[in-house]
Design a protein. Structure first.
Length: 260
């Protein structure tokens, strides 16, 4: 399997082609081979997108492996794809990790959706002190599954070959451990003195962004995060919603690293 440079990963040859995600690509798949896109992905391709023979598509496993080719046939069984090339898209640098406090209602999946479109690599649900939403023990699996489904759907929409990881929820103590291992860590805070523009961002390694809940981050949490090595940073004069702040920070970070 060939490798596509990270800077060219989004456009290796099929600009605008839809991306379909399977759990696995067939073992030994290579140029000149065929694969089937069936199940829910196949139904979406045939019934919703109405793809027909000759149209260009990409099929990936969500972990960087991608096959590109054209539709050989479409029908009730799904898409049969004639493969032109198979390649692996390396993980981008630096790695972006979003620690997202649990928002109210459907704002959690929205935060995941936006962060995925803006390039996040890992999303950590955080049970902050002022979170209105609480995932009880019997609802954690359901909550995580909902966030993971949002990340997968947003990856397809934005044609990302790598679906962000959504971890199990973390406590403040566990988040501090994560911050201590990062190459750079920031806490978005409207009262921070340091603006995002004044932040030194590494071009490699792991960058962690912490976003608080609707009620804000407590003083104790800020102290703990600073002790773990994180820097409080403000994005601008406006106070953003918890569901959009992470995406805004990721865009600002990408403009100084991946997009430069």
């Amino acid at each position: 399997m060939s490798e596509v440079p990270a800077a060219d990963a989004a456009v290796p040859g099929l600009d605008g082609a839809p991306l379909f995600l399977l759990d696995e690509l067939p073992e030994g798949l290579a140029e000149g081979g065929e694969l089937m896109v069936d199940g829910a992905e196949g139904r979406h391709a045939v019934d919703v997108l109405r793809l027909e023979a000759g149209e260009l598509v990409r099929v990936g496993n969500g972990r960087g492996a991608v096959a590109e080719g054209e539709v050989a046939s479409s029908g009730s069984a799904g898409l049969r794809v004639a493969v032109r090339a198979v390649f692996d898209v390396p993980a981008p640098e630096p790695e972006f990790v979003l620690v997202q406090a649990l928002p109210k209602g459907d704002h959690g999946p929205l935060a995941v959706d936006l962060a995925t479109e803006l390039g996040v690599d890992r999303i950590v649900p955080w049970t902050a002190a002022r979170c209105v939403t609480r995932w009880r023990e019997d609802r954690i699996a359901k909550g995580v599954a909902k966030w993971r489904a949002a990340a997968r759907a947003a990856s397809k929409q934005s044609r990302r070959p790598r679906v962000p990881e959504v971890t199990e929820p973390m406590s403040t103590r566990e988040v501090c451990g994560l911050l201590g291992e990062a190459d750079a860590a920031i806490v978005l805070h409207e009262q921070a003195r340091l603006p995002m523009a004044g932040l030194t961002v590494p071009e490699q390694g792991t960058v962690v962004v912490v976003v608080g809940p609707e009620g804000g981050i407590t003083d104790g949490e800020v102290v703990a995060f600073r002790a773990a090595g994180a820097e409080p940073v403000r994005l601008g004069a406006e106070v953003l919603r918890t569901s959009t702040a992470g995406a805004a920070a990721l865009a600002a970070l990408s403009a100084r690293t991946r997009w430069s």
